[in-house]
Design a binder for this molecule. Structure first.
Ligand SMILES: [Zn+2]
Length: 337
């Protein structure tokens, strides 16, 4: 996809492959902070920007050629122009906030008034003020980018999409179909890159390589730690840790090498998903392996049937000679439920 976009813009320019590689490198570097659903639009936006910056560089080299001859030329006047433009874009953006948003933000950021004092003044709570400040900052970023690019968004939807990206609100991004919009709306795609890059590193997912017994302990502890961020009771935490041990033990024993991915889920509801993958010989008879009378370790451990019973969802995909993937999920519920 990236290659297609780059070639559509630069044809068979000798730098085309470099631009493709640069785009992929940037996408990879940013990927831990980007929602999986937003990765494709991000790649497209990045590809366009990488190509555009190459043309800019070529242009700048042209304009600056005289400086190679005359090294005493001071910094180009455009540096100051850029700073002025930035300031005037910020002024425009601030003017687009409501009076109340602007006052609260400036009191907090410039005068250093803390959220508790602001809350007392507004007849609100510190938490609500902090949330409002975050929304205001998100809006200011959007308005700043629009003002700096001198763009008036072409559709009603644009500001809602940019705002959802700017606030990093994934639920809202899904609601306004942000990914789809970026693919269809050129101006928003152009503006979205700095907003997409603002995401926090995803800390709701862990990948643990599994090749030997100590990795079982690591995976077990990591899954338990992640799961404990949800409202799982102690019994469920033990069940999750045990299930992870079991699938890891299978990897070490039968495949030699593989990985376990532990993932906290928000949709369709809160829960923990564990995916264990290996590139081993595969299970010849999955039905039989899940049969209660069948234990892989001659009676030791739970075996896959035990794991299946303990988890809420459980699926095995296995292909002989290619490997096995076990996917299992436990939905959040307190022990007393
Ligand atoms: Zn748009």
């Amino acid at each position: 996809m990236v290659r297609r976009i780059v070639h559509a813009r630069v044809g068979s320019h000798p730098a085309a492959e470099d631009l493709v590689q640069e785009t992929l490198t940037r996408v990879l570097a940013a990927s831990p902070t980007i929602e999986p659903g937003m990765l494709e639009p991000y790649a497209i936006v990045t590809a366009r920007n990488v190509v555009a910056s190459m043309w800019r560089d070529v242009d700048r080299k042209h304009r600056n050629q005289h400086r190679v001859v005359d090294l005493s030329t001071p910094d180009p006047p455009e540096t100051q122009v850029l700073l002025d433009e930035e300031q005037s874009a910020m002024a425009t953006a601030l003017a687009r906030l409501t009076e109340r948003e602007r006052r609260t933000l400036l009191d907090h950021e410039v005068k250093g008034t803390d959220t508790r004092t602001l809350a007392a003044r507004e007849g609100s709570t510190a938490g609500a003020v902090a949330a409002q400040l975050n929304r205001t900052r998100a809006r200011l970023r959007v308005e700043f980018l629009l003002a700096a690019a001198q763009i008036e968004p072409p559709t009603e939807q644009c500001r809602a999409v940019l705002m959802a990206l700017s606030s990093g609100d994934q639920r809202r991004q899904r609601e306004v179909q942000a990914a789809q919009h970026l693919l269809e709306c050129q101006p928003c795609a152009g503006l979205s890159q700095p907003l997409l890059e603002r995401g926090q590193p995803r800390d709701d997912r862990l990948t643990i390589p599994v090749t030997a017994d100590p990795d079982i302990v690591t995976a077990r502890g990591a899954a338990r730690e992640l799961a404990s961020r949800l409202a799982f009771g102690p019994t469920d935490l033990t069940v999750i840790a045990t299930a992870v041990s079991e699938v890891c033990r299978n990897i070490v024993r039968f495949a030699g090498t593989g990985e376990v991915v532990v993932n906290l889920l928000e949709v369709p509801r809160r829960g923990i998903q564990i995916v264990a993958r290996d590139g081993g010989p595969g299970i010849p008879d999955v039905e039989r392996a899940l049969d209660d009378g069948f234990s892989t370790y001659g009676g030791l451990g739970l075996g896959l049937p035990g794991v299946r019973r303990l988890m809420d969802e459980f699926a095995i995909a296995s292909e002989l000679g290619h490997g096995t993937t076990v996917t299992m999920t436990k939905w959040e519920k307190a022990d007393h439920e």
